[in-house]
Design a protein around this ligand. Structure first.
Ligand SMILES: [Zn+2]
Ligand SMILES: [Zn+2]
Ligand SMILES: [Zn+2]
Length: 255
């Protein structure tokens, strides 16, 4: 099993266009972040979680040749804005929990027809709990409010459990609504959207550190990162709290 981070940036990516802060000017390759997305490879099965506006580049640069499953966490553009790429994904299965799929199709109702016209082999359906090789794959319901209001958007993480390795991918949330599902994990990939949660939608780095202390995963990796601190600055900060790391584009976890 392999997890590869295809993108680790927040909604704007890093660097942010027209910004000359110290992060956006950084020459460290790890400070260049596409929108958040991961490839999970279990044997020969390729699973993508989220496909934002950078998805085309991510597929090409990582030489991803096929997609078996494309799972969506929620219908924000930085997660679904690259959906057109699924038009050439042969035999791909695009799934999202029912309320996420409904919201996505309500916003972009034509995308289903658009995709199905161009890709006769694609399956678009509501997510159901499933087994992929030795992994049980399930969702974990999250609370993720809009940054500028109290309005919640349907949002989920994904949990993968095998007898040997258990992990969760929860990238955008201000609260975990099914906390039992993130107990006793080897790894939690969590929301690092700014040091502190300034709006409503994200726990941010300090919020994820609280999750780490409470749920005690063996390892935590933060993604969905902003241009507030450089990779090195964030890494120095989080490692004081335990086995916590800052993700970067291209980071691979093998198990
Ligand atoms: Zn900046
Ligand atoms: Zn979001
Ligand atoms: Zn996001």
């Amino acid at each position: 099993m392999k997890i590869k981070f295809l993108g680790t940036g927040g909604v704007m990516g890093v660097p942010v266009w027209n910004c000359d802060c110290h992060v956006c000017k950084s020459e460290d390759r790890r400070d260049r972040r596409y929108r958040s997305s991961v490839l999970i490879k279990i044997d020969e099965v390729n699973i993508i979680i989220d496909f934002g506006q950078d998805f085309r580049n991510q597929l090409i640069e990582n030489e991803i040749k096929y997609i078996n499953y494309a799972f969506l966490t929620h219908a924000h553009r930085d997660h679904v804005g690259g959906i057109e790429q699924l038009a050439t994904a042969e035999n791909a299965i695009f799934e999202a929990p029912e309320d996420v799929m409904e919201e996505h199709l309500a916003k972009e109702g034509s995308s289903r027809n658009w995709l199905e016209t161009r890709n006769k082999s694609i399956t678009i359906q509501a997510f159901t709990k499933k087994k992929i090789k030795e992994y049980e794959v399930d969702t974990v319901k999250l609370e993720h409010k809009k940054d500028y209001s109290d309005i919640e958007v349907p949002c989920y993480g994904y949990v993968f459990k095998s007898p040997n390795f258990k992990f969760a991918y929860i990238s955008d949330y201000n609260k975990v609504l099914e906390p039992d599902k993130i107990k006793n994990l080897d790894l939690i990939i969590s929301d690092g959207n700014g040091l502190n949660d300034k709006g409503h939608g994200h726990v941010g780095i300090n919020g994820s550190i609280k999750i780490y202390k409470e749920y005690k995963p063996k390892r935590m990796i933060l993604t969905h990162l902003k241009h507030e601190l450089t990779h090195t600055e964030m890494q120095e900060y989080v490692e004081k709290f335990g086995n916590i790391e800052i993700a970067y584009d291209g980071l691979e976890i093998n198990n």
